[in-house]
Design a protein around this ligand. Structure first.
Ligand code: SF4
Length: 347
């Protein structure tokens, strides 16, 4: 069966759910390398050689929601909460631009202190002062608000669905609704945003069928960016005591996401680097990924933005991260993009 599916990949035929479940179950090193090699060829053909850098600014860790896996969920009283003042967000964007990042990702919990008016003002000021694309990763908001953010100049959104198994989704997200999440993703695209989403690998209760369904969902949604990272258990959440996701399964999902979606930008995530510090990101870039998101959040806040524990890169300042990331990318002979890194979907 493996030969048959690899042939399908070589012929650029679509893979079905059964194919994906089979490939997700591969264990032998040579079989995995055969898959990863093909994912790398697809990456080269559809997404190019360049690695795109997105400067990540975690500007608030307040959140009104209670996702069961998340270290900054509303009910975690141990989380040290912070909000960056506007002027500090703006100076951090300036620093990101100085470091050569042509995209900034403004990320927060669902923090309603940042009203639509405040965010519109912030987006406009960023666009006035800096030549960068803006990704908003701020959770669910009414459509009218996202329309205002788009008009103000925001380019992209990032809102993960974590799993396409709606029963599991409901279990993990007691105060969110699966259909609402999917609806938000659809109309964000209608508004004109380049839309990103993603999943976690190894969530308690998740199966390989679920992961295969997730990968097909990425394609159905025509996502411009797909983030795939391992689940890392946080002890101050209702899921404490569960096992982490594995690096190998994360690699398989990244490779298959590349093969199935072809054009999606795929980041080599920090969560992956956390579980495999030596070369997690480099390996991901060699089996389908083409984006890295260096953290530019001021160091004093980083440890408080603890979605999961033992996160890497929380003590290094933005300049250090910049040097480290460049070194890692050059070590695998890949160039760093100087452009905005917009979507590469045709048309
Ligand atoms: S995952 Fe996002 S929405 Fe859910 S609790 Fe964490 S920060 Fe809030």
């Amino acid at each position: 069966m493996l030969e048959e599916i690899l042939q399908k990949i070589d012929n650029e035929q679509d893979l079905n759910k059964e194919d994906l479940v089979f490939l997700l179950g591969l264990k032998r090193r040579e079989d995995l390398e055969a898959l990863y090699h093909r994912a790398d060829l697809y990456r080269k053909k559809y997404a190019g050689e360049e690695v795109h850098l997105r400067g990540l600014i975690e500007f608030s860790n307040y959140c009104r929601k209670n996702c069961c896996y998340c270290g900054i969920r509303r009910d975690n009283v141990k989380a040290r909460r912070y909000r960056m003042p506007n002027e500090e967000i703006l100076s951090t964007v300036t620093l990101a631009e100085k470091l050569g990042y042509r995209t900034v990702v403004l990320q927060s919990g669902e923090d309603m202190y940042f009203t639509a008016d405040r965010l519109v003002d912030l987006i406009k000021r960023i666009k006035q002062q800096s030549d960068v694309a803006i990704t908003l990763s701020i959770g669910e908001r009414p459509r009218e608000e996202y329309e205002r953010f788009f008009k103000a100049g925001a380019d992209r959104t990032l809102i993960r669905f974590e799993t396409s198994n709606r029963v599991l989704y409901q279990k993990l997200h007691p105060d969110s609704d699966y259909d609402e999440r999917m609806t938000q993703l659809k109309w964000q695209k209608e508004i004109g945003f380049q839309v990103g989403s993603g999943i976690m690998i190894g969530l308690p209760g998740q199966t390989m069928e679920d992961l295969a369904g997730d990968i097909l969902k990425f394609k159905e949604l025509e996502l411009d960016m797909v983030g795939v990272g391992p689940y890392i258990c946080h002890q101050d959440t209702p899921l404490k005591g569960n096992d982490n996701g594995t690096v190998e399964m994360t690699f398989k999902v990244i490779a298959l996401t590349r093969i199935v979606t072809r054009y999606a930008h795929i980041p080599a995530t920090t969560a992956l680097a956390t579980l495999r510090q030596a070369d997690g990101r480099e390996r991901a870039l060699q089996l389908g990924a083409n984006v890295v998101m260096p953290n530019v959040t001021p160091v004093e806040y980083r440890s408080a933005y603890e979605l999961y524990p033992a996160k890497v890169c929380i003590y290094e300042d933005a300049e250090k991260c910049h040097g480290c990331i460049h070194g890692r990318i050059f070590s695998i002979d890949r160039p760093v993009s100087k452009g905005y890194g917009h979507s590469v979907w045709p048309g």
